[in-house]
Design a protein around this ligand. Structure first.
Ligand SMILES: *Cc1c(COP(=O)(O)O)cnc(C)c1O
Ligand code: SF4
Length: 393
């Protein structure tokens, strides 16, 4: 089946039985946008132009709480508010603890900056050989191509850069990044990042990707984008064909199953039908997904969308996101409640991206009990112990 046969959520009936479709509610246009034409609604340009950035606009869609109202005014100067109409319709109108709301509507916690918070929590600038490239690992680089995103996530680790017009990745930064990769033959994997690289137009993006693919030592091109979550309409026929032609891998960022609408399922299905692999990285967020039941549902629904769970990140030490942080023990406990209890392919790696540029450090439950001579005692997921005999010297 050609992915272009899937154009509307109705077309998904050709692929999925009802009991699966039921798990992905249609976001639709809601009351407020009901008169917007389908053409406009499905246009990513329209969605971007009509982003919600004021309290007045937001109040037309949800019942803003007193605390949210207060936080909105105080926080918007520090980190812009921008919410796509599509994403706003995923919100629970009456509950300000709704996971979709908490990720997009400012909260008072953003004003708190702890002594241990860091301006550049992952030390990305320290590992920058040229502006726009972070080269930390031996064989791969992060390549920042824009500082724009369709929606400003309140938990963003790159808050300091995102939406800042003075840090806009200029064309010469893209050129210097490409030059760096051309000249460094150790780079075999490039992760196009941002901001959200899908904020660039198709032509610009195709230029970057085709230039990368011309480089003889570059084997893998990955694209990190949250548009599947915040603006699935962005992945139109032209863009998907371009990604397909160029064998791009996608990594996206779902944090909660409430973000998984029928519209998002449509886009994910179109991508996988075009042969594009999709991974997901989530951030462990207090009050949103720091719960094994919620995480398991998220992972199961990712598999239904044929998205492979890749990472769960420990919330980093960026400024103004301390209200989202959990302990590391909570993350390990979630992994322990998944491993063995559900499909192995539903289980991502839980990692701490070490402050100061240490990179991703995997955190795992410990299943090793003890070693006596060549006898090793291990425990399984149900906590039963088993003995394994290693070869004698
Ligand atoms: C996460 C990251 C990568 C990619 O890491 P993988 O584990 O290969 O996905 C590369 N460079 C930097 C700086 C990163 O933070
Ligand atoms: S899409 Fe990514 S880079 Fe953009 S605001 Fe959200 S978390 Fe930050």
């Amino acid at each position: 089946m050609d992915f272009k046969e899937l154009q509307t959520v109705e077309d998904l009936k050709k692929v999925y039985p009802d009991h699966i479709l039921e798990k992905f509610p249609i976001a639709g246009k809601g009351e407020y946008y009901k008169d917007v034409s389908d053409k406009d609604w499905n246009s990513w340009i329209w969605q971007q132009k009509n982003r919600i950035s004021t309290l007045e606009e937001l109040e037309k869609i949800i019942n803003v709480s007193t605390e949210e109202r207060d936080a909105f005014e105080k926080c918007k100067e520090k980190f812009h508010v921008g919410i796509t109409p599509y994403y706003a319709l995923l919100m629970d109108k009456d509950n300000d603890k709704c996971p979709v709301r908490q990720q997009s509507v400012p909260q008072m916690g953003e004003l708190t900056i702890l002594d241990t918070d860091l301006e550049d929590p992952l030390g990305e600038e320290a590992d920058m050989p040229v502006p726009g490239i972070t080269h930390r690992y031996p064989d791969r680089v992060l390549f920042y191509t824009t500082h724009n995103c369709p929606l400003y996530c309140r938990h963003c680790t790159r808050k300091r850069k995102v939406a800042d017009p003075t840090s806009q990745a200029a064309n010469d930064q893209i050129e210097s990044g490409l030059k760096y990769i051309r000249e460094n033959s150790v780079v075999r994997d490039v992760i196009i990042s941002g901001g959200d690289p899908l904020s660039l137009g198709n032509n610009k993006l195709e230029y970057i990707i085709t230039e990368l693919r011309k480089i003889p030592h570059v084997e893998v091109v990955r694209l990190g984008t949250r548009n599947l979550v915040t603006l699935p309409q962005r992945l139109d026929d032209g863009l998907i064909e371009m990604l397909q032609r160029n064998l791009v891998h996608i990594n996206t960022h779902f944090n909660h199953s409430d973000e998984m609408s029928r519209e998002a399922l449509l886009t994910a299905t179109r991508l996988s039908m075009a042969g594009i692999t999709i991974g997901n990285q989530s951030v462990l967020l207090k009050g949103i997904n720091n719960d094994a039941v919620i995480m398991k549902e998220l992972m199961h629904k990712l598999l239904l969308m044929r998205i492979r769970p890749y990472y769960i990140f420990q919330c980093d030490l960026a400024e103004g996101i301390s209200h989202f942080r959990t302990s590391i023990a909570e993350g390990i406990e979630i992994i322990e409640k998944l491993r063995g209890w559900t499909s192995g392919i539903a289980i991502p790696y839980y990692v701490v991206d070490a402050p100061g540029g240490g990179g991703k450090i995997p955190m795992n439950p410990d299943y090793f009990v003890k070693r006596e001579g060549n006898k090793v005692t291990l425990r399984n997921y149900k906590n039963s112990e088993y003995e394994y005999y290693e070869p004698e010297e």
